[in-house]
Design a protein around this ligand. Structure first.
Ligand code: CMC
Length: 484
């Protein structure tokens, strides 16, 4: 495809307010030389032999040699299937249970260099976006591939905020949860339940329909999260206020009491914007992979997002921010850090908020979160846990165990300390991760739905069970067991 298209036609721009395009339309647009932001780069990269590199493999079982193409530093796993011991052989597979060395997709959304500690959304360094953008501006960037103009941002913000309201019945089933239900369980269930309110969402191959659900989900996420929060406290729900910014509206729904107009502290709402930007996407992590895997079956985006939230809730992923706070509580004071580190090094405990599959250098998000913490403490007063955390980091980073394994603080190490200072309880922390990550999940879902390589996710396995054997009637099984 790439070779035929390479005839240098002048590319005509289309309006930048495009969020999703059906794959058939996309292919047509590409053939016609029309630019679709964010997708074009990837379409140009189609075709396995683009860089003419190859890999030659000799199978020592058969002494046969094979040459397979290398494309952007990867070989296609299916190219290995031709490597067989005999014609009846299934062919060679790769074994990679945790995707340690397997690219599962092409993506033009987020770039991450774990060795250098680099994170970029659509090419823009995370540090610049966190400093200069609002969360909805970054959401637009992730979804569309380009930063919005002032007019586009105004339209986009208005559109998202007009979708913040939920059906009244949502409040009813929210009421059905036990008073101390974990907010992540509530969020998973209520996001999945939205699927029943929007049956049109099943039409996932329709680009306009997909876009409608994207806006609905981004708009409603803070409302569901705030309802879950207030349900836990036994407080009446506060309706969204579309006149406010995304984060100020969320704060209003969380913390408004009897005052006629709740005024969010601008430093705290800015801190929340920055934290939301930092959490908006992180390429093919566990929850995003869940989003893509579930979405690949053409399940609707509400239940698909619920699956991604479920993946996020685990303590090795987004749930780590809650665990960090519990760990700091348990350590209690700086005097107990050395003892705790001993338990970590002996393998009894994990240092939560440390380590990352990809970052083997400082997580750039953790660096920004540390700065934000200081700004927040100016308003809220210092959370004493920060001093334990800073000492813990200092001691860990000078210890051979952590140095050898290249374990650094990740985004979750400091975020909970800020959230707690702002008034959130630890069980809310992962919800605060899930709200902004919804944008990343949806951007990745959109990209997947437009990718001609997408097929239902269905890994292979290496079967290690019994060979074929004959059924044993129940009356004879005792005898079989006795003779075993
Ligand atoms: N504390 C102590 N030892 C650790 C830690 C930790 N937090 N993380 C990794 N190790 C050790 C691990 O025991 C192993 O040691 P050895 O080689 O002796 O067996 C080595 O470091 C490599 O670790 P791994 O488990 O193979 O690494 P992984 O890439 O499979 O896991 C991780 C990555 C994030 C799940 C892991 O580092 C971890 O469990 N960290 C704590 C939980 C956490 O903070 N998660 C948030 C991740 S960032 C935000 C997000 O994306 O959700």
């Amino acid at each position: 495809m790439g070779v035929a298209r390479a005839k240098t036609q002048a590319r005509r721009p289309v309006p930048r307010f495009v969020i999703s395009v059906d794959i058939k339309v996309l292919k047509l647009l590409f053939r016609e030389g029309v630019e679709v932001p964010g997708v074009q780069l990837w379409m140009k990269g189609q075709g396995k032999t683009m860089d003419n590199d190859t890999l030659t493999i000799t199978d020592n079982r058969t002494k046969q040699t094979y040459t397979i193409p290398i494309y952007r530093g990867t070989v296609h796993a299916t190219d290995l299937r031709q490597i067989k011991t005999d014609p009846g052989d299934f062919g060679l597979m790769t074994y990679d249970p945790a995707f340690m060395n397997t690219a599962s997709c092409h993506s033009a959304i987020t770039y991450l260099d774990g060795d250098k500690g680099i994170l970029r959304y659509r090419g823009y360094p995370i540090e610049q976006l966190a400093e200069k953008c609002t969360f909805l501006e970054v959401a637009y960037l992730l979804l569309n591939g380009e930063l919005p103009t002032a007019h586009q941002l105004e339209l986009w913000s208005g559109e998202v905020m007009s979708h913040t309201m939920t059906h009244e019945n949502v409040k009813k089933f929210m009421d059905g949860f036990h008073h101390d239900a974990h907010p992540m369980g509530v969020l998973i269930s209520t996001v999945a339940a939205l699927s029943t309110f929007y049956p049109d969402a099943r039409n996932v191959t329709d680009a306009d329909c997909r876009r409608r659900q994207v806006v609905r989900l981004i708009g409603k996420m803070p409302t569901l999260a705030a309802y879950a929060y207030r349900h836990r406290l036994g407080m009446p729900y506060v309706y969204p206020d579309p006149e406010l910014s995304y984060t100020k509206n969320y704060m209003n729904m969380l913390w408004k009491r009897t005052e006629p107009k709740y005024a969010a502290n601008p430093v705290l709402s800015h801190a929340l914007e920055v934290l939301f930007i930092l959490h908006a996407d992180h390429e093919q992590n566990c929850s995003t992979s869940a989003m893509r895997a579930v979405g690949s079956s053409h399940a609707d985006p509400f239940v698909t997002t619920a699956a991604a939230i479920a993946a996020l809730s685990g303590p090795l992923h987004g749930g780590a921010n809650e665990e960090v706070l519990r760990m700091l509580d348990e350590i209690g004071s700086k005097d107990h850090i050395s003892e705790f580190i001993k338990h970590v090094k002996s393998g009894e405990r994990k240092l939560m908020g440390f380590g990352h599959r990809v970052y083997k250098n400082y997580d750039p998000r953790a660096r920004i979160v540390k700065q934000v913490a200081e700004e927040v403490f100016e308003v809220t007063g210092r959370n004493p846990k920060i001093d334990i955390a800073l000492d813990l980091e200092r001691i860990a980073l000078s210890d051979e165990y952590f140095i050898k394994r290249r374990l650094y603080p990740n985004v979750d190490f400091y975020s909970g300390i800020i959230y707690q200072a702002m008034g959130f309880t630890p069980d809310q922390f992962t919800v605060l991760f899930g709200i902004p990550r919804t944008v990343g999940w949806l951007a990745q879902w959109q990209e997947m739905m437009q990718d001609p390589d997408t097929k239902i996710a269905r890994p292979r396995q290496v079967y290690v069970g019994e060979e074929a054997r004959d059924f044993v009637p129940i009356t004879l099984r005792d005898r079989e067991l006795a003779s075993a």
